[in-house]
Structure formats: structure tokens, C-alpha cells
Design a protein around this ligand. Sequence first.
Ligand code: PLP
Length: 406
Amino acid sequence: MSLDIKTLANRYNTPLYVYDFDKITKQYEELKGAFNGKKSLVAYAVKSNSNLAVIRHLAKLGAGADCVSIGEVQRALKAGVSKYKIIFSGVGKKDDEIRQALQAGILLINLESEAEMKRVEMIAKSLNIQARISIRVNPDVDPKTHRYISTGLHENKFGVSIQSAKRMYIYAKKSEYLNSIGIHFHIGSQLTQLAPIQEACAIVADLVRSLQALDIKIKFFDIGGGLGVTYNDEIMITPEAYAHAITQTIKGLDVTILLEPGRYLMANSGIFLTKVLYEKKNGTKRFVIVDGAMNDLLRPSLYNAYHKIEAIQKEGETTLADVVGPVCESGDFLGKDVPLPMMEHNDILVVQSAGAYGFTMSSNYNTRGRSAEVAILDGKDYLIRQRESFEDLIRLEEACDTSWQG
Ligand SMILES: *Cc1c(COP(=O)(O)O)cnc(C)c1O
């Protein structure tokens, strides 16, 4: 990032998220470019970073949006994503979410169960429209990633088996209100091995072929997201290898490939800045207490995820320290055994790879206002979300009548 981190931390205060929009462009172009010559659409997984400015930036590059709630669909529309590039996924859609998605006329609703298909059919019927659907298949392959972010095994809650998918497509074909134009799988996140993706892809491609034999034509082949990134020393699957594996596996199928990357576009396009409050020792254990916490960046606490943490403009011999926040939980840490020089009040730490599943997973736990967010484009910085104030946090309580309490 070309702008001086210290300047940003002082200008906007901390904790702070900073996103490099030029890097987002680069990641998008590399992935899209790898599928050059093939019909494809990159539908950005909005849940990874749903700031309107981020979605708007990607929409301008031509990206669509993969959404997991009607709120995300509304964000995508608001940010200027064409409705024909919006996909609505998720295991538990409510009736009014389904209704709104159908009324908005988005590209696809992704179905995750037979029961959901019947609800969508019923709601489409009540609106007297045809729902464009795709079915999420659970190919039952082990993605070899963290068990919390693995989704393609039969014991995970996502999708339906090949057998029930087939039944669902046959049912949909007979329905006046369902138009099954897509098929979908997403086997997990932070994937660093190609083999499981290829295996899943082959299984789903076989299903598409057998559907063709039943005169059910699939136009959109949605390979989900999940491309891994480097947090520490992981070796990434290159976009070229990914594209090659996929296109080889589905050779002969006349489909548009849908991709749903989140982490790949955003993780290393963002950093999280936090200031040191105190140094402290409990026995021999060293703690660096900072103003950012698990409510701001949950991944370390939730998944024991690793984020590289570095001190800015600080020299000297390093020793290991746990970097912890002010939240009243032992699980509140940003890093464990981080090599750091002696730190002083107001020194700045950079938490790397924080652009995906950072801000979007943040909360107001401990009545902490959520961080501000800043975009960097062409060497200039822009505020894209204000820091939450105390008034923001209590607004919805203040809006209620309290007279019953005397
Ligand atoms: C979470 C999710 C994604 C994005 O996953 P990344 O690992 O961020 O690429 C894509 N598709 C679906 C259905 C998801 O649930």
C-alpha cells in the first residue's frame, strides 16, 4: 500500500480497516482473465466484505454478486450490480426473502433442499412468475480445509445429494413455476488443493450430462468460491491452474461458468490497523494489549486463524508476545506468540490479510463501536464507512418507548 500507514492510523484513528482497491482490481482481472475465452461470470461473495464501495468497485469491473441473505441482495443492487448477475444462496431462506428475490428478478435462486424448492414454487405461483433456480449439490468430497469452513461433505448442512438433486430437477421440469437453469456446488473455503475441486466438478458434470439425457438443460455451471489465499506460508492454487482444471473437467458442456470468490479477491487486499495500549507480563508470559479486539476481527478467536502481525517503524530485538484486545474473554486475541520488539503506547500494529471476513464478522460486543473503513485507490485514501459512535449503538433502543419503566 503506497500510503503511509502511520498517517492513515492518525488520520482516521484506530482500530481501522484499510482496503487496497488497486489490489482488488488485480485479483479480479487475474481470475477473470484465467477464464478468458470461456463463458464465465465472477459473482463476488458479498459476505466476505460487504462494504458498498467494495461491491461498487467490483461491479464496475463487471462482477456479479453471490448473496446469502436478502440484505446482501439489496446491497448488491444498491451498489449497482446488474440484477442479471445476482445469485441468492443459503440454506435457510425465509418466505419474504424468497418473495423479494423473485420480485427483484435476479439471475438465480440457489436451492439447498427439496422443502425449499416447494416453498419457492409456491411463492412463485402466488406471484404468477417463473423462478429461475439452480440446485446446490453436495458432492461429498473432502476439501482438506478447516472443518468449520468445509461444506461439501455429506455431514455438512449444505446442499443435497446427487440422487435428490436429480429428483428435484425432474420435479422442477414438470413445474410451471420453476425454471431450473443452473447447478451449483461449493465444497469449502480456503482451498489450497486442486484435486478435491476437480473431483467435485467431475461428479457434478456427470450429473449435468445425465440431466441432458432427460432433456433438462443446465446453462449455468456454478463452481462456488473457496479459492485459498496465503495467510502464512500456504501455497495458493493459481487462477490458471484452477481455470485449466475446471475447463478440462467440464469439456463438451455448453455452459456459462459461474465463480463465487470472496476470500481470493479480498483477503490480501485489506489490512487491519490497531494501536498499542499497554505492554504487560503475567509471570513469564508477555502480552501486548491493543485497541482492536475479537469484536473487530473474529477469525483468530473463531477459527484459531493465523494473521501475520507486524510493528510499524519499530526497531529492536523481538520476543514472543500474545497480541490481545480489551474484550472480556480469554479467547480475545489477534495473534499468539507473535515476535515483536518492545512496544509503547500508541505504537501501531498491522494485522495482515484482513480484507475478507474481517469487518463483516465484526460485532458490537462489549458496546464497542465497529471500526471505520478506508479505501485506497491510485494512492489516495477515502473513508468508506464511518466509525460507529455510542449514539449509533443505542439508536434502536432509544427509539423505543420507555414510559412503561416509569
Ligand atoms: C462463503 C461462500 C462463498 C465464498 O467463499 P470464499 O472462500 O470466500 O471464496 C462462495 N459461495 C458460497 C455458496 C459460499 O457459502
